[in-house]
Design a protein around this ligand. Structure first.
Ligand SMILES: [Zn+2]
Length: 404
């Protein structure tokens, strides 16, 4: 049996860029390591989740880890909270939240409380409390954005939003959409009543008023979701598994799946990631584990910025880090792919499939010697990301025989 190293280059897939002479960022990158792996394995396309789906990083990573997102994905709330680095446990309820301004008549005048340029961290701390055995934790995001997590017994996500979604109306009372959600709605309304008092009298908002800014005196909640209970990844595949990832959204998903999150030194989750430190940490983790997942976020960031040259450059830097893998291929199956495409030309995720290589020593090859979107067309593989784990289990001689 071989060990498995799965490297997900976030937002890897691209479309032709005029500034790169009509090539994709991957095609334009100097990538000897990726090309070496392409020549020592099988290549092709992977559809994130399934054909025609324009997935987020949360749904695509869940499916890459073998989960059926259509049954386990519970909405953006819990995943956005994880993305802010919050601990979200199975059964917790999480919301996306906005700090908003409500006038003296109780009407939402600004859903973003003006432009909040300074951190709302102290406001979030002031309204992180326990009520009736339920722990409410709020964490600030960028500007007016935040997330709320409810942790306690018997909570339900079958509740309405408090966010009226338009200005000129009062925040809504939270309503139970199912009889069993009664307690959740009741304790939330009690909580929101409390937050209004705390926010209105908080020093942070006094100084906002004094400087002519709108106070952030209302927390608008939307998109309630219950953190999914995932089948344990290590038990499902009988793999001792770890991940080396920089962004809280993906480490949060790994924690829910029961995959150990390896700490390592060096910056991560940005275009200034310590790529070689990350790959070194993954190879070290593999010494005592069967499976390691790595996420490299930078190509997605460059794609969202519409910066094709930067996307090419971060792929080149990643490739240099991948050179460490090549002398370690004995007893190893390496898969490199993306979680979805983030074409620089549209600055958003697209439904375009992503190139994939599954390589190792003494593996079948398919005549492909380059790793990119165009070469992938002639490769062997055509798969949905949900099937990737099965492909890797088979390539590493770990899958169980189907039939006699
Ligand atoms: Zn993205």
């Amino acid at each position: 049996m071989k060990k498995i190293l799965l490297i997900v280059m976030d937002g890897l897939g691209d479309r032709p860029n005029p500034e790169l002479g009509g090539r994709t960022a991957l095609e334009a990158a100097y990538r000897p390591s990726l090309n070496y792996l392409a020549a020592h394995g099988i290549n092709g396309f992977m559809f994130p989740v399934k054909e025609g789906i324009r997935s987020g990083s949360d749904t695509s990573h869940l499916s890459i880890l073998g989960y059926n997102t259509f049954s386990v994905y519970t909405g953006r709330g819990p995943f956005e909270a994880m993305g802010l680095g919050m601990d979200v446990m199975p059964g917790d309820i999480a919301f996306r939240a906005n700090f908003a301004y409500v006038n003296d008549d109780g009407i939402v005048e600004d859903r973003r409380a003006g432009r909040i340029s300074d951190s709302t961290e102290e406001l979030c701390k002031a309204i992180s409390v326990e009520i009736d055995g339920v722990q409410f934790t709020v964490k600030n995001g960028v500007e007016h954005r935040a997330a709320l997590v409810m942790h306690g017994e018997g909570l339900s996500d079958r509740i309405s939003d408090s966010d009226p979604h338009v200005i000129g109306r009062a925040p809504e009372m939270i309503k139970a959409l199912d009889p069993e959600a009664g307690f959740t709605a009741e304790v939330l309304n009690k909580y929101l009543e409390m937050t209004r008092k705390v926010l209105n009298s908080h020093g942070y908002n006094r100084s906002r008023r004094n400087s002519g800014n709108l106070p952030a005196n209302e927390l608008l909640l939307r998109g309630a979701g219950k953190a999914p209970v995932l089948e344990n990844f290590q038990q499902k595949y009988r793999l001792k598994a770890a991940c080396v990832v920089g962004i809280p959204l993906i480490s949060g998903i790994c924690k829910l799946a029961g995959i150990e999150v390896v700490k390592y030194k060096g910056s991560t989750g940005t275009v200034k990631t310590d790529y070689s430190g990350k790959i070194a940490a993954a190879l070290k983790a593999l010494e005592t584990r069967d499976f390691v997942l790595v996420n490299i976020k930078a190509p997605d960031i460059a794609g969202h910025d519409g910066n094709a040259l930067l996307k090419r450059d971060v792929i080149q830097e990643s490739d240099r880090a991948f050179s460490q893998i090549i002398p370690r291929l004995d007893g190893l199956v390496v898969a490199i792919t993306g979680d979805h495409s983030t074409p620089c030309s549209i600055k958003e995720h697209s439904g375009d499939p992503v190139p994939i290589v599954v390589a190792g020593n003494a593996m079948r090859t398919d005549g492909i010697t380059r790793f990119d979107e165009t070469s992938a067309v002639s490769g062997t593989l055509r798969l949905k990301s949900t099937d990737l784990m099965d492909v890797l289990m088979s390539a590493s001689d770990r899958s169980e025989k189907y039939g006699a």
